[in-house]
Design a binder for this molecule. Structure first.
Ligand SMILES: [Zn+2]
Length: 217
């Protein structure tokens, strides 16, 4: 696959991460976009327990009671995709699609990381009670991933889901309703580029001012 070539600090990315071998490279690529999560304990776990979703990110409840540094998060992954007429093993999904999917889940963990225990409890309750809140939380996760430079992966994941003829319409409708749409993502990327431009202009101005001061001396 040659994906390893894209990642530099592999050993660092693996700190406090538990990753199944079969998806390891792709998980590491997603993690490489989140340097903030370097010391965060995350377990990627294959499980049959997910019903309505393919992946889910959640804190390990007991670890929320201790100090913040001891928190553990699980990213639960369904080992197969249930299609209308068949099943597809998740590790056989195209690289970009799986990387985007994991990038989205890591976005949820970024969201959790900014919350204290009370706020996570509230989050859990509202997520359970309110469709509007679910939509907000899913869009926050997507936005984190896009802001971390993962827009092409996130788009690949959306295209895969929304264009998949063998996925149920109900699931596709849910994704279309709750997550950022491809148009939203393009818009977000354009905004990011604007910001980069602003920053470059500021740096440019600073350089000019510095030059000016230097020549005055
Ligand atoms: Zn999500």
């Amino acid at each position: 696959m040659g994906l390893n070539a894209k990642i530099h600090n592999i050993a660092e990315l693996k700190i406090k991460k538990q990753i199944p071998k079969v998806i390891e490279e792709r998980v590491l690529i997603a993690l490489s976009h989140y340097p903030e999560l370097k010391d965060t304990h995350i377990r990627f776990i294959f499980t049959q327990q997910l019903k309505a979703s393919v992946m889910a990110a959640r804190p390990v409840i007991l670890t929320l009671l201790g100090s913040r540094k001891r928190r553990i998060y699980d990213i639960l992954i369904s080992p197969v995709f249930k299609l209308k007429h068949s099943i597809e093993p998740i590790h056989q999904v195209a690289d970009e699609v799986l990387i985007g999917w994991i990038g989205h889940e890591l976005g949820h963990i970024m969201d959790y990381e900014q919350r204290n225990t009370m706020s996570i409890a509230k989050f859990g309750l509202l997520y359970w009670l309110s469709k509007t809140y679910v939509r907000k939380a899913e869009r926050v996760a997507d936005t984190f991933a896009v802001n971390r430079g993962m827009s092409s992966y996130i788009l690949a994941t959306k295209d895969f889901i929304l264009g998949h003829s063998e996925l149920s319409q109900r699931y596709k409708d849910k994704i279309a309703r709750l997550y950022l749409s491809p148009d939203d993502i393009v818009e977000l990327v354009a905004k990011l580029e604007d910001k980069t431009q602003d920053r470059e202009e500021i740096l440019d101005d600073e350089a000019k001012i510095a030059d000016h001061i230097a020549t005055e001396k």
